[in-house]
Ligand binder design. Structure first.
Ligand code: IMP
Length: 430
């Protein structure tokens, strides 16, 4: 396969960073097509831990080109920091390695401010990451957004900031009673980003079309997860972009015909950060144990993640929504010490039992998990690289999940390190 999309099939934080990092060794180009610095990909490479929010995780490989495409909302302050950090660690030696689409929307200081003011004032909070993602996508849809191409032209940028501030300062000052933002300060703060972005800006759709013609291997890297999708997720407890595999095309400017494989990334259990329904959530001691063993704290905000057992209806629907061809099952080792491992196979909603994710948020909030129990393996799988190194109960768990969700598990992760991975089938080798 030449063109692969990798997406999360739960509520994000499935471990996409690690898988993208591994698959990048087989790819020529890595493309991020949605989300922004709300994502947080933790990668452990050559003993060094790197957390990336914006730049595709593939940047750690010598021979890959990385692209931030038009579907992303780009915070230039984060971009600058990440570039600096990567260079300090000896990565990103050549600026040409990182391309940014001229059409990518910028996160502006007023987006971040409005994100936190709105969350602070809301009765029903979403639990956003506070990175300005929602307000930036709102401006994109309202056609008042500022794109990379606008920043490159001093005058256009200044005018657009002025126009935006009329409305933003009205909201900031009058609605939220906060200090209005100054045009001069924003324009001055963004001037160095013009110099930075000039080194990376590109016509991404044309570049990708050329790569496709040359039969280069392209990996489209999703951020967040299926149930944070603005349409198909647990709305309104979602992010503001389409996180599904289909958005790899609009979010980067390629035809759906070029996508040959969709890889779903899936934890061996379930986690979620922020508010919203989560049927298998464990609020007691078991949830705490899972959180500690899995290091389940947000890479972006440091917030503790909510933890629970594997939810089959959820992942099965994600397989359908994304057209998943194969799955990577992450963090299997976190389950090493449990006596039994429940799998949610259905929901009880009122007096009905259903194996489908209900469309109504109220029904999903009321859904109680119906579990099937699998025996635990009570031994370490940490660092396993071959399937035969796994205990039979762990293999049985993996096989049962495959059967229940209807997709092949092609990769199993047994620890944060690159080589703590069982690769049964690399989608680029198909
Ligand atoms: P926003 O994307 O910052 O607007 O946040 C909206 C919702 O998506 C909140 O519940 C966040 O916690 C969640 N979210 C955003 N990005 C991620 C991510 O990368 N992983 C997990 N949850 C995320």
């Amino acid at each position: 396969m030449r063109n692969v999309v990798a997406v999360g099939v739960q509520w994000g934080d499935e471990g996409k960073g690690k898988i993208v990092d591994i698959l990048s060794a087989s790819a020529d180009i890595i493309v991020r097509f949605q989300g922004g610095a709300n994502a947080g990909h933790t990668i452990v490479a050559e003993g060094r831990k790197v957390i990336l929010h914006l730049i595709p995780s593939g940047i750690l490989h010598e021979n890959t080109r990385c692209i931030i495409a038009n579907g992303v909302v780009l915070d230039p302050e984060v971009l600058e920091q990440e570039i600096k950090e990567l260079k300090n660690l000896g990565f990103l030696k050549d600026d040409k390695k990182l391309m940014v689409s001229a059409l990518t929307h910028l996160i502006m200081p007023y987006h971040k401010k409005l994100d936190s003011l709105r969350e602070g004032a809301a009765q029903k909070k979403i639990g956003t990451t506070g990175r300005g993602i929602g307000p930036a996508y709102e401006d994109r849809a309202a056609r008042t957004g500022i794109r990379v191409i606008d920043l490159l032209d001093r005058k256009t940028f200044s005018e657009k900031v002025k126009e935006n501030l009329k409305v933003k300062n009205f909201l900031i000052g009058r609605l939220y009673k906060d200090r209005p933002m100054k045009h001069r300060e924003i324009v001055a703060a963004y001037a160095p980003y013009r110099t930075l972005l000039k080194k990376h800006v590109a016509d991404v759709p044309s570049f990708l079309a050329k790569c496709i013609k040359e039969e280069k291997k392209i990996l489209f890297e999703g951020a967040q997860g299926t149930y944070l999708d603005v349409d198909h997720g647990t709305y309104p407890y979602v992010t503001s972009s389409n996180t599904l595999s289909g958005n790899a095309c609009c979010g980067s400017g390629v035809s759906p015909r070029v996508i040959e494989h969709v890889l779903g990334i899936c934890k061996a259990y379930t986690t979620r950060v922020g508010e919203g329904p989560f049927p298998t959530e464990l609020s007691g001691e078991i949830g705490e144990i899972m959180r500690e063993r899995g290091g389940e704290y947000g890479a972006t905000t440091g917030r503790p993640r909510r933890c629970g057992w594997f939810d089959v209806p959820l992942v099965k629907r994600a397989v359908m929504l994304n057209g998943i061809d194969s799955l990577a099952l992450m963090k299997l080792d976190v389950l090493d010490d449990f006596e039994t491992i429940p799998i949610c196979v259905k929901y009880r909603i009122g007096n009905k039992v259903s194996s489908e994710v209900p469309v109504s948020l109220a029904a999903f909030t009321a859904a109680e998990p119906v579990y099937e129990e699998m025996p635990g393996w009570k031994m370490s799988t940490k660092g396993a690289r071959e399937i035969h190194q796994l205990p039979p109960q762990a293999i049985a768990y993996v096989r049962r999940l495959e059967e229940l969700v209807g997709a092949r598990i092609a990769i199993i992760s047994t620890g944060p390190e690159r080589d703590s991975t069982i690769v049964l089938q690399n989608p680029f080798d198909l």
